[in-house]
Write a protein that binds this ligand. Structure first.
Ligand SMILES: Cc1cc2nc3c(=O)[nH]c(=O)nc-3n(C[C@H](O)[C@H](O)[C@H](O)COP(=O)(O)OP(=O)(O)OC[C@H]3O[C@@H](n4cnc5c(N)ncnc54)[C@H](O)[C@@H]3O)c2cc1C
Length: 453
């Protein structure tokens, strides 16, 4: 896979090494990261006033609070990518998020949160020069995908037939976050604080005002809510959210396998609406996502890795080899969430704050990263007379995301419902449907195109 370092989203400022003060970034001063910095020469410079250390900050800023084009609240993968994209585009950005723990070291040390990254996510991370900094030894390509119904239905996809280099990459969340943290650490102009926001005011006129839990106040033209499914930012705007519990838990764990996985992702729709997916990680490792009824999930987790491995082998009937668990199983409750608006005055929502979907298609982060790209594009196209929280820009952002989010929500929820029905008639229909789709190259190409983003 060729690794390029294309330009950032917009010709931004040079990335500079700095002796920034206080607790803020960069944490890597004096060390040039291999690819993130690109060809620009490093110059020692002072961080601008808004980016300097947290302590005593208010004392320096005598009257008005420090002002930003955008304040990003929340630092999952989506929040950190947002801060990076907007900062690299030259905006004054504050990020309110904890710094990630270093990824587990050692060949058999894994983060249990593993993602299938679509080409759209890869493209964004390449544009931001983050992709080359992700440990390549821990990126596994998906070249083939096999989906089995709960009877005779079967679907196969291949990168070769779809004329793409790979269908997705399998990567641990902590490795991506480490690369993002490193990139963010090289932005002296970024104001990065670990405090949480506790108040958001003044949304109707003038810039928004955010108060942090240490009493600091920040002024922002735009507040980006990247704070996950239970978004605090969304709650402050009074936006409505519809949530439906799937009454399933996503059980995740990683396994060593005695048989090569041949870069093939496999998914089984099981009787009763459960879905078992095994994703091919780099080397002879597989990552499990088993969307199981909650009481079954509890049993799977409590039984421990060895019993879980044996249970997967039973379901997979010879497709896995012998499994050895390398990260203890964990569970994540699954739900569907739809928000009425992605925007509010001076607020844009991205990632799980904006949409929560079933993980059966492995698309949550991918959808969130496409939000980031769309928001960065909307802000880059800003007319000079508007500020960054102008309602026209926010509406453009929302419009550009509606179709993608709607289609992915419908598809994942529809599939979940279809396979949850126990009626024999529906069972026959869905399995026949899979076989029919599988025999139609055009339909398959369309499905792959949707999944690739
Ligand atoms: C089992 C499972 C498997 C999945 N597999 C995939 C996959 O293969 N591919 C894929 O694309 N997606 C997958 N997903 C979906 C993916 O996990 C989510 O879509 C993604 O993590 C959302 O990222 P986010 O940054 O929007 O939110 P989060 O990761 O939830 O991050 C939000 C952050 O905001 C912080 N925060 C919250 N409130 C505040 C506050 N007031 N102030 C400051 N910070 C705050 C939180 O601490 C957190 O760090 C999967 C999900 C599950 C459950």
């Amino acid at each position: 896979m060729p690794r390029r370092t294309p330009p950032p989203i917009e010709a931004g400022r040079e990335i500079q090494e700095t002796g920034g003060e206080g607790s803020g970034p960069p944490r890597h001063a004096g060390r040039r990261p291999p690819d993130i910095a690109g060809p620009a020469p490093f110059r020692r410079s002072r961080a601008p006033p808004w980016a300097r250390g947290g302590r005593g900050y208010n004392a320096r800023m005598t009257s008005s609070p420090p002002s930003f084009h955008a304040v990003v609240v929340g630092g999952g993968l989506v929040g950190k990518t947002t801060a990076l994209a907007l900062s690299q585009a030259g905006l004054r950005v504050a990020l309110l998020a904890p710094r990630g723990a270093p990824p587990p070291a050692g060949a058999e040390q894994f983060d249990s949160r593993v993602y299938a990254l679509a080409p759209s996510a890869q493209a964004l991370l390449e544009r931001l020069r983050v992709w080359p900094a992700i440990d390549g030894q821990r990126l596994g390509p998906v070249l083939d995908m096999q989906v089995r119904g709960d009877a005779f239905g079967e679907l196969r996809f291949s990168a070769f037939q779809s004329a793409v280099a790979q269908l997705a990459w399998i990567a641990e969340s902590a490795r991506i976050e480490a690369a993002l943290d490193m990139a963010l650490g090289f932005l002296p102009q970024l104001f990065w604080r670990e405090q949480r926001a506790v108040a958001l005011d003044n949304l109707s006129d003038g810039p928004a005002r955010l108060t942090l839990d240490d009493g600091t106040t920040l002024s922002a033209e735009l507040v980006v809510g990247a704070d996950g499914a239970h978004s605090w930012v969304r709650a402050q705007t009074g936006g409505t959210v519809k949530r439906r519990e799937y009454e399933q838990t996503g059980v995740v764990a990683n396994f060593h396998t005695s048989e090569p996985h041949r870069e093939t992702a496999r998914q089984w729709f099981l009787d009763g609406g459960e879905i078992l997916a095994l994703l091919p990680m780099a080397g002879d490792y597989l990552s499990l996502v088993w969307s199981a009824r909650t009481e079954h999930a509890e049993k799977l987790i409590q039984g421990g890795g060895e019993r879980l491995g044996a249970e997967i082998e039973r379901v997979a009937r010879g497709f896995t080899g012998t499994l050895r668990c390398v990260t203890p199983p964990r569970g994540f409750p699954l739900a569907l969430q739809k928000v009425d608006r992605l925007i509010a005055p001076r607020v844009a929502l991205v990632g799980d704050a904006a949409h929560l979907i079933h993980p059966l298609a492995g698309q949550g982060v991918n959808l969130g990263l496409r939000d980031v790209a769309a928001l960065a594009d909307a802000l880059a196209a800003k007319e000079p007379f508007r500020d960054h929280g102008d309602p026209v820009l926010l509406r453009r952002y929302e419009r550009s995301r509606r179709e993608d989010i709607g289609a992915m929500t419908l598809a994942t929820d529809g599939l979940h419902r279809l396979f949850s029905e126990r009626l024999p008639f529906l069972r026959a229909v869905r399995n026949a449907g899979m076989s029919i789709v599988g025999a139609q190259p055009f339909l398959k190409r369309w499905l792959v195109a949707q999944a690739l983003g």
